[in-house]
Write a new protein. Structure first.
Length: 59
């Protein structure tokens, strides 16, 4: 099983995923924070889920 990247890396990767979807800079960060808040998750956990989904580890 793969180890999770450090939390700062996970957030950075999630922001890159959002940038690929057209959200950059502050807009990407706000989108990530909003998604986390709506799901009642810490931002780091929400970022990890985004990265995992892109990696194909989440259905």
């Amino acid at each position: 099983m793969l180890e999770a990247p450090p939390s700062a890396d996970v957030i950075s990767l999630a922001l890159k995923v959002l940038a690929a979807q057209g959200l950059r800079g502050q807009a990407a960060r706000v989108a990530l924070e909003t998604m986390a808040r709506e799901r009642r998750l810490p931002v780091k956990r929400c970022a990890a889920l985004i990265v995992a989904a892109v990696d194909g580890r989440v259905n």
